[in-house]
Design a protein around this ligand. Structure first.
Ligand SMILES: CC(C)(COP(=O)(O)OP(=O)(O)OC[C@H]1O[C@@H](n2cnc3c(N)ncnc32)[C@H](O)[C@@H]1OP(=O)(O)O)[C@@H](O)C(=O)NCCC(=O)NCCS
Length: 178
């Protein structure tokens, strides 16, 4: 668990999700699809029931190799990071992360802090050896953030995303955990 103070004095708590966060997570997911075209889902597209979200959070916590990290302003979710690694012996050392922050909170260090927490969790757990992610190849701000942790570009998947008839490429990035 970690807290950061924003310039306006607001305190943001960064911690692993618990079952009781499910309602706020569902509200958050419904909101952020409409805030950016850099996600793989659009406005209103990611509809999850509170009970399904509760079950998912519980499952994540019990497997030990999946994690959802939240950024909370009071009890409101303003950022979310998900990481899932392989379920099999040969793939469990690596997994993919997805991160988002609510638009009103961009550029204040929340995304960075959630990724720092994921890296700390991965190091502590010792199972995860590598973090992977995919990011729209024109998302310079996010790519700059990932590179600052040492993520390197490993490949390019063309046409992975289509928005309003236009195709976008995904840049695959990876970070080895020492
Ligand atoms: C990408 C995203 C997760 C970053 O989170 P964030 O909380 O805004 O990022 P941070 O404030 O931690 O900033 C981290 C870095 O981003 C860059 N950055 C942040 N705000 C910036 C801005 N306004 N202009 C340029 N660079 C900026 C900087 O490199 C910053 O590094 P610093 O800490 O050395 O200043 C967030 O903007 C977001 O959710 N965007 C929409 C969804 C999305 O794109 N998700 C990622 C999909 S791969």
């Amino acid at each position: 668990m970690k807290s950061i103070q924003l310039k306006n004095g607001q305190l943001i708590l960064i911690r692993e999700a618990v079952k009781e966060d499910a309602r706020e997570v569902v509200n958050y997911l419904a909101r952020i699809g409409g805030e950016s075209d850099f996600l793989t889902f659009g406005p209103g597209e990611l509809r999850v029931s509170i009970s399904d979200e509760e079950a998912l959070i519980e499952k994540n916590r019990s497997t030990g190799n999946k994690i959802m990290i939240l950024a909370l302003a009071d009890s409101k979710v303003v950022g979310c990071l998900n990481f899932t690694n392989g379920a099999r012996v040969r793939t469990q050392h690596t997994g993919e992360l997805g991160v988002s922050v609510s638009k009103d909170y961009w550029g204040q260090g929340i995304g960075r802090t959630m990724i720092e927490e994921l890296i700390r969790w991965a190091r502590d757990g010792q199972t995860i050896k590598k973090l992977n992610l995919r990011v729209r190849s024109d998302h310079e701000r996010a790519i700059k953030l990932y590179k600052s942790f040492g993520f390197v570009q490993e490949g390019l998947i063309t046409g992975e995303l289509i928005i309003s008839g236009k195709f976008y490429d995904f840049c695959c990035m990876g970070l080895w955990i020492d």
